[in-house]
Design a protein around this ligand. Structure first.
Ligand code: NAD
Ligand code: MG
Length: 396
């Protein structure tokens, strides 16, 4: 029997990280945890280390590393604890690693994810922000290293499953007319528009179909998540923004569709549980049990579809404009959104002000070329400063 594949889980303490570990634990002969990383909830990271006995663990700083190291030694584990971005990049690119789950949230995941790509790993991409920020560079690095990039976002995983194997030769050559990216519409799909200014972080994080981290939950409520996914789809599948249509599908059973020129439309369906795309990508091109219940079409009974309303969801329009503008604009959109979402979660701004902040940042800052990582990171920093200035000027 072949040796178990060595897996690094970046962002192991998060929603995707935990679902990944759930799948891995179902297949002990097939996968072994090489490294686990966490940024907060370090007591939980320690418990995960005891369960999965990784070769490495990574925490934010040296003090946290000493603390965790002592705890693990006391428990009789030989796990080595590293810290900071250098530690994350090391466990993402270690020669002994076969696959890396990139599940850190936000721009913080960019460098470790890129390190995995540059090392030619099998990269399971949940951290969409990394690709949104650095799309051209990221995809160039994939081509250069021969990394195998597999989408974890349920929509992109669905699209990947519905495309022909040689789709990289071009969507048009594959006979693809358009990609239909489904969206649940989130918790505020039917909230009266004037009430949107009053919604709380708790309401925004109460997603009707998915249980996720707080940042992506707010993004789903504003539909910025779908906007980021539109940009993500353009890079992953070499599509133009106008080839990607967003369809509101409140049940989250169809995870996306591909529309072909002959009138065929292929869809991937399943219960809304991230262990399905995680298992698909982990085992690809094989299939393994994920622990997800079989889909019961008779219980679901009906599937609804609606066009998105951009007056309700201005973030979706902003993201489409950023996709069309290209260059550093998606990185600025993402950075402004990260600052605005954090401020909303801290109750410093209203939900509707997320879009106001992003609009202002994109209006103030000229677009640039995203030709180097330095240019991307500079655009990210500049957008964060402008977003912070908005907060200061409005006394938040
Ligand atoms: P989460 O908040 O539950 O977990 C985030 C993880 O990142 C945690 O392990 C946290 O410790 C780590 N982290 C946070 N800040 C960090 C930093 N500065 N440096 C290093 N590590 C840091 O988030 P999540 O819901 O698991 O989402 C993770 C990523 O997956 C996001 O990019 C999200 O958009 C994407 N995604 C999530 C889902 C989902 O269902 N949760 C679905 C599709 C895509
Ligand atoms: Mg998604």
């Amino acid at each position: 029997m072949s040796r178990p594949q060595q897996i690094t889980v970046l962002g192991a303490t998060g929603s995707i990280g935990l679902s990944t570990l759930d799948v891995i634990a179902r297949h002990p002969g097939r996968y072994q945890v090489f490294a686990l990383t966490g940024f907060s909830r370090l007591a939980e990271l320690e418990v995960l280390c005891l369960q999965h006995r990784p070769r490495y663990a990574v925490v934010p700083d040296a003090a946290a590393a000493r603390h965790l190291q002592e705890g693990l030694i006391a428990a009789g584990l030989s796990t080595r604890v590293l810290s900071g971005e250098a530690g994350l990049c090391a466990v993402a690119s270690d020669p002994a690693v076969d696959a890396v789950m990139a599940a850190i949230v936000g721009a913080a995941g960019l460098k470790p994810t890129l390190a995995a790509v540059e090392a030619g790993k099998k990269v399971l991409l949940a951290n969409k922000e990394a690709l949104v920020m650095s799309g051209a560079l990221f995809m160039q690095a994939v081509r250069k290293s021969g990394a195998v990039l597999l989408p974890i976002d349920s929509e992109h995983n669905a699209i990947f499953q519905c495309l022909p194997v040689d789709y990289a030769h071009g969507l048009a050559r594959s006979g693809v007319r358009r990609i239909l990216l489904t969206a649940s519409g989130g918790p505020f799909r039917e909230t009266p528009l004037p009430a949107l200014a009053q919604v709380s972080p708790e309401q925004a994080c109460a997603h009707p179909n998915w249980s996720m981290g707080r940042k992506i939950s707010v993004d789903s409520a504003s539909m910025m998540n779908k906007g980021l996914e539109l940009i993500e789809a353009c890079w992953l599948f070499d599509a133009q923004p106008d080839q990607v249509e967003v369809v509101i599908h409140p049940q989250s059973v169809i995870h996306s569709l591909v529309d072909y020129v002959d009138g065929s439309v292929l869809a991937q369906l399943g219960n809304p549980d991230m262990r399905t795309p995680i298992s698909h990508a982990l085992a690809w091109p094989e299939r393994i049990d994920s622990g997800v219940a079989p889909l019961d079409l008779f219980t679901i009974a009906r599937l609804d579809f609606l066009p998105p309303d951009e007056s309700r969801f201005p973030c979706l329009r902003l993201a489409r404009q950023a996709a069309e503008a290209g260059g550093t604009v998606p990185a600025m959109l993402n950075a402004a959104n990260e600052v605005a979402v954090a401020a909303f979660l801290e109750r410093r701004i209203r939900f509707t002000e997320i879009a106001s902040i992003i609009t202002e940042v994109l209006n103030l800052e000229a677009a640039g070329e995203a030709g180097s990582l330095e240019a991307v990171l500079a655009a990210d920093r500049r957008a964060r400063i402008l977003a912070e200035q908005w907060l200061e000027r409005h006394g938040r």
